[in-house]
Every structure is written in structure tokens, then in C-alpha cells.
Design a protein around this ligand. Structure first.
Ligand code: MTE
Ligand code: MO
Length: 435
């Protein structure tokens, strides 16, 4: 296949659809969906394809055209046929309230993560907060300390911006050997929403931050009272006090009624259920930034305050544990993102990194946001290794896992942004490999 010719025979895929529909004969197994519920979904769609009942096929009128459908609902939910598209929890923690689950990236389309599928990472569970009881205290080295109600905060001018959040522990099981079966397991501590809120700089103008203040402590109102020190420069630059997500108020899991958003910074600094910002001249050296969330380097010294999530990309289709339906046309597709800014370029390889081809970037390409890339591929049926590699607007190129290990060693779990490889075997099975 050649990406420069621009001519791809997509009819292969269409022919498959036609034969699957018309040649299926009378075999039918409707109603067996419940039995297959626990089986992994091994393709892109959220349902398990089953042979059609010929009575439902054109020109016949299917059963669902014979009577009026159901009535209206106050709040919609996904089709019952999509019920396998779920966040899946980790298997490594014993307690549910200090745990995390993964976004099903392989079943997402475009760049928005539906709010109900945004990954969850909680150190002390999800608190149930009545917004009228919630306050944000801004104190420390400020001229006019403020105790803001949600109502007062929401009277400030607002902005809406799309940004990803990635846990710094995303992909952390992949350092030594391929571990996750699916892209949900390898990369699912990653989600992207449209966040609406007030620029923190707008509120800080009212508070009057002492120009000598260099750090602020952000604290959450959960049982963990999760807190992190953040450079004041970042807070003035692009931080948002976010109260809404994808058009509605934040989900409790994402910090209802208020979270701090520090675009491009590691997930844990985006403090949920935000209740306090305290300005000072030094980091607070909290548990979260000393015992936790530091990276032990090769030489035994620990790297602290490694804020930015560097450029990374991953192919989500086809991806681990999927089953391809024979040779022919496939649209390879995935996500690229960078905590430094916009994605400039994504390359795709189908031969394990020997040759690279430019992928198409889907507009909009936004700063510190997921970018969807696509690449036309005609699979000839021989084994292939699929990879993606991105470059961000600073010119930084996503490295290989090998080169990251060479530079940083294997003492730390965090910030693994290496190139992911998916092997397609002769039978169309897709598995996680290191090359
Ligand atoms: N108050 C508070 N904020 C928090 C956390 C927490 O446990 N408590 N977890 C952090 C971590 S480790 C991550 S990765 C992100 C996850 O955000 P999400 O749950 O909305 O995906 O929230 C961060 N903010
Ligand atoms: Mo995290």
C-alpha cells in the first residue's frame, strides 16, 4: 500500500458487507446477546455481530417498524446494544474507593470522551457534594482573600476549551513487556472533554496575588484531601476553574461541582472537588509530590515536579484483542496528544517501524487536546506490525520505549509515552507486542 497514490480500493470492505448481509441464510440466533455479554468485543463496534434474521432484511419490514417505538425520556442513555462499552476497573487495587478505571478508547469515535466513559481516578472515593454547601477559599499571599460560593464563581466570564486529561501512570504496565491486552488497558487512563469554567487568572485579578508568590497549593474536598503544589505562572497562564464538562455540569467522578484544570499537566494536578488555593513562595512538599508522583531515575535520584505530559499517540483501531475480518481495506485510526501544545504530524507504520507514512489529521487540531488521525490501509493478509508516532508543535517527536528506558532506566512507572505496537497475525488477530 502506498499513501502517496491516494487511490485505495475501499470496495473490498463494501463487498464484505454485502455478502455478510445477503449470504447469511437462515441461521439465526437472536436473543443470545445476554450469553455473550462477558465475551470481549473483538472489533470496533460496541455490539457482537450476529447473523441477521432474514425476516428483518429489506424488502421485508422488520419487527421494529410494526408498532410505535417507546416514548420520550428526561435524560437519554446509550442504546442497550452498546452495553458492553464500559469503563473497566484495574485489577491491581483491593479497595474500590482508592482505585481507577479505564476509558474504552477502542470504541470511541472523534475526540470527545462521553462523560460517562471519562476514566476515573480517585484517592479517597467520589464525595457527594451539595453545590450550595461548597466553597472555594483563595488565601495566603493575596491582597484580598476570597471565600467563593459556586453561584458567585459562575457569575464570572466563562470559557469553554477542549483538553485531554492523562494520568501520569497511564501505560505504566508496558515498560518491561507488553501487558495490557486492549488499548483500554494500555492507554485508557486518558480522556478528553470540553471543559467550561472561569479562567483562574480572571478570579486572581480580583484577589490580588502578591507578585512574590511563586507556588500555590490546590486542595480537593474529598476524603483524601488530595493536594498538589502548582507554579503560579501556570495558574495565570491557562488554568481553568471548571464547573462543566461536555455541555453539562461536571460529573461527580470528574469533580462536581468544581475542579482545577491545568491543561497538559499530569492528571493528578487537575484537583477535583477543588476547595482551596493557597499562595506562597515554595511548594508545600505534600505526600502526593514527595512519596508519590515522583520518578526515580537511573542514578537513584528522584525527579520531582515533572508536570507536562509529553507528546504521545496510539492506534485505537485496529488494536489489541481485536479480530480483523480478512484481507482488505481498513481505516487505521487513533489519537495523538501533547501537553506542550498542538500535534503537528502523525506517521503510521505497518511494518514495525521500518517505513513510515504520513497520517491525516482530523480537524480541529487543538492545543493540549486529543487529535484524531486516520490512515488508509489495505491489509494483504500477511503479518503486520502497526505503529503510530507523533510530533508536536515544539518539534518534539514521540520516542520508542527502548530509547526512553535507555535515558531514564526502569525505576519509575510514570510518564511512559513510547510508541505502541500492535501485531496483526495471519488470521487477523491483533495483539500487544514490543518490537
Ligand atoms: N481531589 C482529588 N483530585 C484528583 C484526584 C483525587 O483522587 N482527588 N485524582 C487525581 C488523579 S491521580 C488523576 S489522574 C485525575 C483523574 O481525573 P478524572 O478522574 O476526572 O479522570 O484527577 C486528579 N485529581
Ligand atoms: Mo493519576
Amino acid at each position: 500500500m502506498d499513501d502517496s497514490s491516494g487511490k485505495i480500493n475501499r470496495r473490498v470492505a463494501l463487498k464484505n458487507i454485502a455478502s455478510a448481509t445477503l449470504g447469511a441464510g437462515a441461521v439465526l440466533s437472536t436473543g443470545s446477546r445476554a450469553e455473550s455479554e462477558s465475551e470481549p468485543i473483538r472489533h470496533r463496534a460496541g455490539w457482537k455481530p450476529e447473523p441477521p434474521n432474514p425476516a428483518n432484511l429489506p424488502p421485508n419490514r422488520p419487527a421494529w417498524m410494526m408498532t410505535p417505538g417507546r416514548g420520550l425520556t428526561g435524560y437519554g442513555s446509550p442504546s442497550p446494544y452498546e452495553k458492553s462499552v464500559l469503563r473497566v476497573p484495574t485489577t491491581v487495587t483491593a479497595i474500590d474507593f482508592a482505585s481507577w478505571n479505564f476509558t474504552p478508547l477502542q470504541h470511541l469515535h472523534g475526540i470527545v470522551t462521553p462523560s460517562g466513559l471519562h476514566f476515573e481516578r480517585n484517592h479517597g472515593g467520589v464525595p457527594d457534594i451539595d453545590p450550595s454547601q461548597h466553597r472555594l477559599l483563595i488565601e495566603g499571599m493575596v491582597k484580598r482573600p476570597l471565600l467563593l460560593t459556586m453561584d458567585e464563581l459562575m457569575r464570572y466570564p466563562t470559557v469553554s476549551q477542549m483538553h485531554f486529561i492523562e494520568c501520569s501512570g497511564n501505560t505504566s504496565k508496558e515498560w518491561r513487556k507488553p501487558t495490557g491486552k486492549t488499548v483500554q488497558q494500555t492507554h485508557g487512563l486518558l480522556s478528553c472533554s470540553e471543559w467550561t469554567g472561569v479562567r483562574l487568572s480572571t478570579v486572581l485579578d480580583d484577589v490580588g496575588v502578591d507578585p512574590k508568590a511563586t507556588w500555590a497549593l490546590a486542595e480537593g474536598a474529598d476524603a483524601a484531601a488530595m493536594d498538589r503544589s502548582i507554579p503560579v505562572r501556570k495558574l495565570f497562564d491557562d488554568a481553568i476553574l471548571a464547573f462543566a464538562q461536555n455541555g453539562e455540569m461536571l460529573r461527580p467522578s470528574q469533580g462536581y461541582p468544581l475542579r482545577l484544570l491545568v491543561p497538559g499537566y499530569e492528571g493528578n494536578m487537575n484537583i477535583k472537588w477543588l476547595r482551596r488555593l493557597k499562595f506562597g513562595t515554595a511548594p508545600s512538599e505534600t505526600y502526593e509530590e514527595t512519596a508519590y508522583y515522583t520518578e526515580l531515575m537511573k542514578d537513584g535520584r528522584a525527579k520531582q515536579f515533572n508536570f507536562v505530559m509529553q507528546a504521545k499517540s496510539v492506534i485505537t483501531y485496529p488494536s489489541g484483542d481485536m479480530q480483523l475480518d480478512g484481507p482488505g481495506y481498513y481505516e487505521i485510526s487513533g489519537f495523538a496528544w501533547s501537553g506542550e501544545g498542538k500535534i503537528r504530524r502523525v506517521d503510521v507504520s505497518t511494518d514495525g517501524g521500518r517505513t513510515w507514512h504520513r497520517a491525516q489529521l482530523q480537524e480541529p487540531v487543538l492545543t493540549k487536546c486529543l487529535t484524531r488521525f486516520r490512515f488508509d490501509w489495505v491489509w494483504d493478509g500477511s503479518p503486520a506490525v502497526l505503529q503510530s508516532r507523533c510530533v508536536d508543535e515544539t518539534g518534539y517527536e514521540q520516542p520508542t520505549i527502548k530509547s526512553i528506558i535507555a535515558a531514564r532506566g526502569l525505576n519509575s512507572n510514570y510518564h511512559l509515552n513510547g510508541i505502541q505496537s500492535w501485531k496483526v497475525d495471519r488470521n487477523g488477530g491483533v495483539t500487544n507486542v514490543h518490537v
